[in-house]
Design a protein around this ligand. Structure first.
Ligand code: TYM
Length: 335
């Protein structure tokens, strides 16, 4: 069976974009049963931009694990892991650091955004970030990677690294991965500005819905979301040039698991005041059970650590042999 891999940073503040663009789709792929699924908290990536306080990193990682499980990832059906507990990720990343070219890394938009004008002061890990991401995926020989739109460039780099490794050593060893960027929620937008993506780095908390927001907070943020004065159109073409309106319709569609056109069929002609109340109901119905379950799981951190330990054991049944073969291809002595 083909294998799926995807990861998320334990940087705190899980938001609706992470849920609709990634987690929810991971659960769908797990439940469809067409693939073996591996899902990962990438703690090694989480320290690339800035070092976190150690207790905060531990707390964020457990909270993310609780979020995955609460959203429907079943640690029996999927392999659920924390990156640093499966050391082969970092070991393969070193090899990929020697495959990837400086020029490729410098062209990554995430690097340019995060390092900004002061690249001299950025960590070497931030530059190498995408090579570690390639290793995350390829240490499982995974072929399908469900992510949001913003990860597309990193997955192209993953393909380039695999192709160069295979070419340089004259082997057909690493697969060329397929990004899985599908559905209406691969780019959930900022509630205060429909031309920017929803992100944890926006200073305004009103710009996003956090997975831990309570029902009142969710309803208030949706009520205050930016919109235009026109009523909802009758078809999706009518959303052209209306990014804020389109975003709310897409969020509704993704949460209710229907097409955007079906949302408009139900709400054509409605004013936003009315539509937002309906959207808040759908959002609260979907998200509240997840945040309650997350809180419940967080009451037992030892159980979360046990799940991660078991996940790492299962993962290493796959990663240890693939690393051994890689070292062998390269000419490193195994004795
Ligand atoms: P991260 O932690 O920033 O985001 C996790 C996932 O959430 C998606 N996402 C969104 N989707 C739709 N709309 C949004 N507004 C939105 N914001 C975030 C992201 O696209 C992502 O799928 N580099 C990765 C983590 C990673 C990884 C990997 C992913 C490390 N190794 C291997 C896939 C495979 C990252 O920082 O995602």
């Amino acid at each position: 069976t083909p294998r799926v891999f995807s990861g998320m940073q334990p940087s705190g503040d899980l938001h609706l974009g992470n849920y609709l663009g990634a987690m929810k789709r991971w659960v769908d792929m797990q439940d469809a049963g067409q693939h073996e699924t591996v899902y990962c908290m990438v703690d090694l990536h989480a320290i690339t931009a800035t070092l976190l306080d150690p207790d905060t990193l531990r707390q964020n990682t457990r909270e993310l694990c609780a979020g995955f499980i609460a959203a429907g990832i079943d640690p029996e059906k999927s392999i659920l892991i924390n990156q640093s507990q499966v050391p082969e990720h970092a070991q393969l990343a070193w090899i990929f650091n020697c495959i990837a070219r400086m020029g490729w890394m410098g062209r990554m938009t995430q690097w340019k955004d995060k390092a900004g004008k002061n690249a001299e002061a950025a960590s070497l890990g931030l530059l190498a970030y995408p090579a570690l991401m390639a290793a995350d995926i390829l240490i499982y020989h995974a072929t399908h990677v469900p992510v949001g739109e913003d990860q597309k460039q990193h997955l192209e780099l993953t393909r380039d690294i695999a192709a160069k490794f295979n070419h340089d050593y004259g082997v057909e060893f690493f697969p060329i991965v397929e990004p899985v960027i599908e559905g209406v929620a691969t780019r959930v937008m900022n509630l205060q500005d429909g031309t920017k993506k929803m992100s944890k780095s926006d200073p305004s908390d009103k710009s996003r819905i956090n997975m831990t927001d309570d029902a009142d907070t969710i309803a208030r943020k949706i009520r205050k979301a930016k919109t235009d004065p026109d009523p909802l159109p009758g078809d999706v073409d009518g959303l052209a040039g209306r990014p804020d309106a389109r975003n709310l319709v897409n969020i509704y569609a993704a949460l209710a698991e229907i097409e955007p056109q079906a949302v408009l069929d139900q709400h054509a002609g409605a004013l936003f005041g009315h539509f937002k109340a309906a959207l808040a109901d759908v959002a609260v119905a979907k998200l509240s059970p997840i945040s309650e379950e997350m809180a419940r799981l967080m009451d037992d951190p030892a159980e979360i650590d046990r799940i991660l330990g078991r996940g790492a054991e299962r993962a290493r049944e796959i990663t240890v042999p693939i690393l051994e073969q890689t070292y062998d291809i390269i000419g490193m002595i195994r004795s």
